[in-house]
Design a protein around this ligand. Structure first.
Ligand code: MLT
Ligand code: MN
Ligand code: ZN
Length: 308
């Protein structure tokens, strides 16, 4: 099973169009060592030709251009993207669907709660019905691992996916924002059934509940929420009034933070994704980036490949 990180930044990307925080300003001026990043999305394949797109970022067209694997050239019109799975209804994860409108009807896997947002709050599914159309495959998230239903995507023969309900946040436009529903946000345990290797993926993760900890502990590689270093990072920089918790993201530093959580795991690879442009870990020479290296925690970048 091959995983390609198509985009590794949080909403806004890096640098963000209207931002002059030390990172955005620094990468524009070339005064810090850092890589530009597009908004978060990954692609997963077993055979190298058929790919499951997990989240459809507004940067999808640039991401496809940068990833030759996604164009297997089997016909005059073709794509390697055989299905799309959405993990929430946030703008940075769904608006790329509109860019895929020239293709065949899109098999779309998401929870009823996300489908509700796509049908009402941000009616992307209705809009697309006038272009390629989408075929909804409902995803049922579980609260415990055991005999859970697995998602099986045609084209990804030996890959089996479990969707886990988790605590993060529905998008600001959603009626679920302050009225959380099961399935607003999910994590995925993606298993290569021929090797038994597993990836745990959760770009939005606000709380480590016991079933999430079990899923993370069972994985060979975890690819998780790296949005902010501290709770008040965006407030201190004058960028926002929201804490990390307000946005449904567990920060890396401090007691109970992501570093402490990852330290307790036996996973071979621990990788942060969905990095906000304000996060000091984007500056490769920062103290915070050095802290991650000491803890054997990697920072995802666009084009990163993971084989499991
Ligand atoms: C989030 O996950 O909180 C976002 O990146 C918000 C957004 O897309 O604007
Ligand atoms: Mn996001
Ligand atoms: Zn910035």
């Amino acid at each position: 099973m091959k995983v390609i990180v198509l985009g590794s930044a949080a909403g806004g990307g890096f640098p963000q169009w209207n931002c002059n925080c030390p990172n955005c300003n620094g990468i524009r001026k070339g005064t810090i060592q850092a890589r530009a990043r597009t908004q978060s999305s990954i692609a997963v394949s077993e055979n190298g030709d058929d790919w499951l797109l997990i989240n459809a970022s507004p940067d999808i067209l640039a991401q496809i251009r940068a990833t030759p694997e996604l164009q297997p050239e089997r016909g005059i019109r073709d794509t390697g993207i055989c299905a799309v799975l959405l993990m929430d209804a946030q703008i940075d994860h769904i608006t790329g669907l509109l860019m895929l409108r020239e293709g065949k009807p899109l098999p779309l896997y998401c929870t009823p709660s996300v489908w509700d947002d796509l049908s009402n709050g941000m009616p992307v599914a209705k809009v697309l019905s006038h272009y390629c159309g989408v075929t909804w495959h409902p995803v049922t998230p579980v609260k415990a691992l055991g005999n859970e239903p697995r998602i099986q995507i045609p084209g990804l023969a030996n890959i089996s996916i479990t969707a886990l309900d988790l605590k993060s946040k529905a998008p600001p436009y959603s009626p679920h924002r302050d009225n959380p529903q099961v399935g607003d946000n999910i994590g995925l345990l993606i298993e290569n059934t021929s090797t038994g290797r597993k990836l745990f993926y959760a770009p939005g993760l606000g709380q480590i509940e016991p079933h999430i900890n079990s899923a993370m502990s069972s994985a060979d590689c975890v690819l998780v929420d790296g949005t902010l270093w501290t709770q008040d990072e965006m407030i201190r920089l004058g960028l926002s009034k929201k804490t990390s918790a307000d946005m449904g993201h567990l920060p890396q530093s401090g007691p109970g933070g992501m570093i402490e959580t990852l330290d307790a795991l036996g996973a071979r690879r621990k990788i942060l994704i969905h990095i906000n442009n304000s996060n000091p870990i984007l500056d490769e020479n920062s103290n915070e980036a050095a802290v991650l290296r000491r803890h054997d925690i990697e920072v995802a970048f666009d084009g990163m490949e993971i084989t499991l």
